[in-house]
Design a binder for this molecule. Structure first.
Ligand SMILES: *Cc1c(COP(=O)(O)O)cnc(C)c1O
Length: 239
């Protein structure tokens, strides 16, 4: 593994981020507890560490700790980090809203796109050359700015994904609405996912659960947790 050695030539990145290893271990422990409580198996769960607004060196430090799955939500920032860290063995999850005109560029570095939410984006992501993993995002609120397709529009959008070359549907993605009980929201996503599986039996994954609500998400069947601040600490600046 030549490339890993090269990336470690300098001072280990980990020493610049005090507390990171402890926070990661605490979240990993919390996920393990939630998995056990739910009677599930740990290998069903992928924990994605969301590193938006943090420097690439934080991702290097996470890689030193064995993290493999990285989440980013802004195209330019994600693209720059993926380029800088190309030598590391990382899986890039694009968890933000994708602009149609950037879709092909996001496809180029992302391994998984979590927020497919409209037919025009499905069309923009089509490819005859390669296949990318994708989640359809459902919006559990009445606010379109939160991203995601409304539950009413879900099945037609899923049909469009299934007939589009270059996209492999993994399942559904959602963010729990602010101010509502996350567990009930995640139960709703699970039910919607069961409906989707009638059309797409392999689309069994659920991307849901963040720092504050991942235990509820695990209880309702999440397979991909997107956890940021509980691991990284506070983000340096917010939008
Ligand atoms: C930022 C973000 C997360 C992580 O949020 P935390 O509360 O920091 O864990 C998860 N999902 C999406 C879509 C995000 O934008």
């Amino acid at each position: 593994m030549q490339h890993v050695i090269a990336a470690h030539q300098n001072e280990p990145a980990l020493s610049s981020f005090p507390g990171l290893a402890e926070r990661l271990a605490a979240v990993q422990g919390g996920v393990a507890d939630a998995v056990q409580l739910a009677g599930r198996s740990a290998d069903e769960i992928t924990t994605i560490v969301v590193t938006k607004f943090h420097p690439a060196s934080l991702i290097e430090a996470l890689a030193e700790l064995g993290v493999h799955d990285i989440g980013e939500n802004r195209h330019q920032e994600a693209q720059a980090k993926a380029q800088e860290l190309a030598a590391l063995d990382l899986r890039w999850h694009f968890i933000g809203q994708v602009q149609g005109k950037k879709a092909r560029q996001v496809r180029a570095y992302a391994d998984v796109i979590h927020a497919v939410d409209r037919e025009s984006l499905v069309a923009a992501l089509a490819s005859d050359e390669s296949v990318i993993d994708a989640f359809v995002q459902v919006n559990l609120t009445d606010d379109p700015a939160r991203g995601g397709v409304s539950p009413d529009g879900l099945i037609p959008l899923v049909e469009r994904v299934l007939e589009t070359p270059g996209l492999r549907l993994l399942g559904l993605m959602a963010v729990a609405p602010l101010g509502a009980a996350p567990r009930a929201a995640f139960a709703q996503v699970r039910e919607l996912g069961e409906r989707v599986q009638q059309l797409a039996p392999d689309a069994t994954r659920l991307s849901m659960g963040m720092s504050a609500d991942y235990a509820d998400a695990v209880a309702e069947g999440a397979t991909h947790l997107r956890i940021g601040s509980a691991i990284t600490g506070n983000r340096p600046r917010e939008r």
